[in-house]
Design a protein around this ligand. Structure first.
Ligand SMILES: Cc1cc2nc3c(=O)[nH]c(=O)nc-3n(C[C@H](O)[C@H](O)[C@H](O)COP(=O)(O)OP(=O)(O)OC[C@H]3O[C@@H](n4cnc5c(N)ncnc54)[C@H](O)[C@@H]3O)c2cc1C
Length: 497
């Protein structure tokens, strides 16, 4: 990229001074950062290959301050990017160069736990795991459990509709949130959903959950809590063939079993993880499955028996059932540390997130093996098999010229293959900036226009998190991958590059 010419620098400095002056009227000095060294920690989220310093970081402490920041930004037409814990993997919280990064980490209070209604009302910056910790004395917990749950915020979970190991049985964020409060781009209060569990009118709660910070800024979330199961046990099953392992996933669900977790790792991933956490995985297996059952002891015993039968019928070469809680946690420790383990075997990795119908799991893994040859990069696989939600981790070295670009092309090919197999370009990590081109593959121009119309109904000037999630027509034309329907390329009047 060309260095900015001095006039641009001067104009930027002037704009920054104008925005800082306006925000100083509504925020204490301790809540505002704009010096280069102060804003640098906010320049990326978990997708660290993409970096951008924000013009200003605002760290409000009260809802009144959030509203005031939004009013100022709306008045000055400044883009606003909300940020929770910054663990997102799709660049969703990547700052805007001319914008305000609205960091919501100070909203970390658990406001109320209602043990009768089994709900928790928490501020948006509360960590996912902190909700379950606070609910534990009542025998309750919050089910959606992203692997990042020790750090990620509930506001980020809402924006990304996050999932986790237990979402196969208990549902994603969208199934576990009752009500969301926050502020519109104009700084007006807005509540979507209802504590009653159902509310009349269009389901705006479902629209907001997964909207990646583009419809509103969330400040408070009321989630459902469920009783902690009396018992959980986990089966670790080995397979000597990827196809048999993939078919076992589909067969378990087809048998009418909804495991509390159903995860898969291929051999390269198993090896990387075993070296790291010594979970006791079978290093000779082509793939291993972790299948969890939870409930009363009687339910668990019956389900473990049924799952073991199905796994053996599908060709499992070995099955082991956790004998106690310590062993169950050991089985899971490998899965939970899979990303970290990948960091030990490669200088960089690029984590993709797509979904496929679960019966295509084996086809997809075999396709990825072919792509490894084509792109001359290794890929290790760990995923929420029961949901068909893949997490291929493409290993690369950003210091080697061209490897990042090859990893990106490899990732885009995986996502396109997901769409071809009847799946989608994201399962839980969101589109953000990372997968914005792949949206052009998944959706027709008409469908994308509907998304834009929804967005503009909330935010006509498109100031909330601009440039993410929904690609423009021009962007799709440039990417050159718009759907061809009925042999006709849409928007033929747009130049292709
Ligand atoms: C090691 C690791 C493992 C992970 N495992 C999983 C997993 O198993 N499942 C899964 O789903 N994800 C996973 N993730 C991804 C990530 O943790 C989730 O997407 C999480 O929900 C992001 O939360 P956050 O608070 O960090 O949000 P951020 O990264 O700060 O922001 C994410 C998006 O939410 C928006 N946002 C944040 N807060 C608000 C708010 N209050 N109001 C409006 N918009 C807001 C941002 O603008 C951005 O678009 C993982 C990440 C890592 C690093």
């Amino acid at each position: 990229m060309n260095a900015p010419i001095p006039q641009d620098l001067a104009a930027r400095a002037q704009r920054q001074a104008e925005v800082v002056a306006a925000l100083t009227d509504v925020l204490p000095a301790s809540c505002l950062l704009w010096q280069r060294e102060d804003v640098t920690p906010y320049e990326c989220d978990g997708l660290s290959a993409y970096r951008q310093k924000p013009m200003v970081v605002a760290l409000p402490e009260t809802e009144a301050q959030v509203a005031a920041v939004l009013r100022v930004c709306h008045h000055l037409q400044v883009p606003v990017v909300a940020r929770g814990a910054g663990t997102g993997l799709s660049g969703g919280a990547l700052p805007h160069a001319e914008g305000v990064l609205l960091a919501l980490s100070r909203f970390n209070r658990i406001k109320h736990i209602d043990k009768l209604a089994r709900t928790a009302t928490v501020e948006c910056g509360v960590r996912n795991l902190a909700i379950s910790e606070a609910a534990a004395p009542y025998g309750l917990y919050y089910a959606p459990d992203p692997s990042s749950q020790i750090a990620c915020s509930i506001g980020g979970n809402v924006a990304e509709n996050s999932g986790g190991v237990h979402c196969l049985k208990y549902g994603l964020t969208v199934h576990n949130v009752l009500q969301v409060r926050g502020y519109t781009v104009e700084g007006e209060p807005i509540t979507v959903g209802s504590l009653a569990g159902d509310c009349p009118g269009p389901d705006l709660l479902a629209a907001v959950i997964g909207s990646e910070g583009m419809l509103m800024v969330v400040t408070e979330v009321t989630v459902k809590l469920i009783p902690k199961p009396q018992l959980a046990r986990c089966i670790m099953a080995s397979f000597d063939d990827l196809r048999k392992a993939g078919d076992a996933v589909a067969s378990l669900i087809a048998a009418g079993i909804i495991p509390a977790g159903l995860e898969m790792m291929d051999k390269p991933m198993t090896r990387a993880v075993e070296d790291f956490v010594h979970a006791g995985y079978d290093l000779d297996a082509a793939a291993i499955l972790l299948c969890e059952s939870d409930g009363t002891p009687e339910e668990v015993e019956e389900e473990i028996g049924r799952m073991t039968t199905v796994l053996r019928m599908c060709g499992a070469t070995a099955t082991a059932v956790s004998r106690d809680e310590a062993e169950r946690l050991r089985f899971w420790s490998g899965r939970k540390n899979a990303f970290a383990a990948s960091g030990r075997i490669s200088p960089d990795y690029y984590c993709m997130d797509g979904t496929i119908p679960r019966k295509r799991v084996a086809d997809m893994l075999l396709s990825i093996q072919t792509m490894e040859q084509e792109f001359a990069l290794r890929c290790v696989n760990v995923f929420h098999a029961g949901d068909g939600n893949l997490h291929p981790l493409i290993l690369f070295d950003a210091n080697k010229p061209g490897e990042l670009e090859r990893a990106e092309a490899f990732g885009a090919r995986i996502l396109e293959t997901c769409v071809e197999m009847g799946g989608s370009i994201t399962g839980e990590h969101g589109v953000g900036l990372e997968k914005i081109n792949s949206m052009c593959v998944q959706f027709s121009p008409e469908e994308l226009e509907q998304f834009r119309a929804l967005r503009r109904a909330f935010d006509p000037a498109e100031l909330l998190n601009p440039g993410k999630h929904i690609p423009s027509h021009a962007r799709c034309a440039e990417y050159g991958k718009m759907h061809v329907r009925g042999g006709r390329v849409p928007f033929p009047e747009l130049a292709r590059f």
